[in-house]
Design a protein around this ligand. Structure first.
Ligand code: KIV
Length: 271
């Protein structure tokens, strides 16, 4: 493979082409420079600076408390590391629901201060005015439907969404609306696979699933979950590709022993 092919950057246009030719799209979250660099170098197509940072970085129970300034900080760290992937930054709770002017202002701050390529917004028809205004400013927007964690206080549970007909119909219509106004992609979280596939077939823009089966155009996972750095969270859709918690814990435990036993540093590890 030539260097040119390896470093060719991913754009919203390329993602649409990938969907059109049936090539699956890979996406992972990242929140810091070091991990983002590893993920980008491994060839992942899209990096999401998710507001799941609230959980895995900051230790909050939900994403609700996370602020725009905090998202911008993580966005900046990630963008500095990325050469190829398309970087999407989540708009946090409270930064876009008020009115469309506020939504635009928040999106502009994200784009100017982080250097990211796009923003992601949870919700459909109820936030469409804000999405349209952001799009008008030339900022690419990714939608997010199904389980939208910022609404956890309304849902009351993190269980599968859109199992009932009315909610499934609303989700389907919201997806069509997001495409119509110009979103470049949609994340579908924790919904029946059959509904996700129906949505992916109905729209031309890429549909990226998390807990939404394999009939969609790509997959996203929270990197800390798939790497096994987090342990308490084990939904059915999560495949763990490593157990980094065990590896890190063993290494730290060994270091602790070595320091206390005077094994570290040895003669070759000092000046
Ligand atoms: O914040 C996040 O990590 C997300 C993904 C779960 C899609 O929105």
């Amino acid at each position: 493979m030539s260097t040119e092919t390896v470093t060719k950057v991913v754009t919203t246009h390329r993602l649409a082409e990938m969907k059109a030719r049936g090539e699956k799209i890979s996406m992972l979250t990242a929140y810091d420079y070091t991990m983002a660099g590893i993920i980008d170098a491994a060839g992942i197509d899209m990096i999401l600076v998710g507001d799941s940072a609230a959980n895995v970085m900051a230790g909050y129970q939900t994403t609700v408390p996370f602020t725009l300034d905090e998202m911008i900080y993580h966005g900046k760290c990630v963008v500095r590391a990325v050469n190829r992937a398309l970087v999407v930054v989540d708009m946090p709770f409270g930064s876009y629901q008020g009115d469309s002017k506020e939504a635009l202002h928040s999106a502009i701050r994200i784009m100017k201060e982080t250097g990211a390529n796009a923003v992601k917004i949870e919700g459909g028809e109820e936030v469409i005015e804000g999405i349209e205004r952001i799009l008008t400013a030339g900022i690419p927007v990714m939608g997010h439907l199904g389980l939208t964690p910022q609404s956890i206080n309304k849902f009351g549970t993190f269980s599968v969404r859109a199992k009932e007909e009315t909610e499934a119909e609303k989700l389907y219509n919201d997806a069509l609306l997001l495409e119509k106004v110009g979103c470049f992609g949609i994340v579908l979280e924790k919904i029946p696979a059959i509904l996700a596939e129906k949505v992916a077939k109905a729209v031309k823009i890429p549909v990226i699933g998390i807990g939404a089966g394999n009939g969609v155009d790509g997959q996203v996972l929270v990197s800390y979950d798939m790497l096994g750095l987090t342990q308490g969270f084990s939904p059915k859709f999560l495949r763990r590709y490593a157990n980094l918690q065990e590896i890190v814990s063993n290494a730290v435990g060994q270091y602790n022993k070595d320091v206390k036993s005077l094994d570290f540093p040895n003669d070759s590890e000092q000046y």
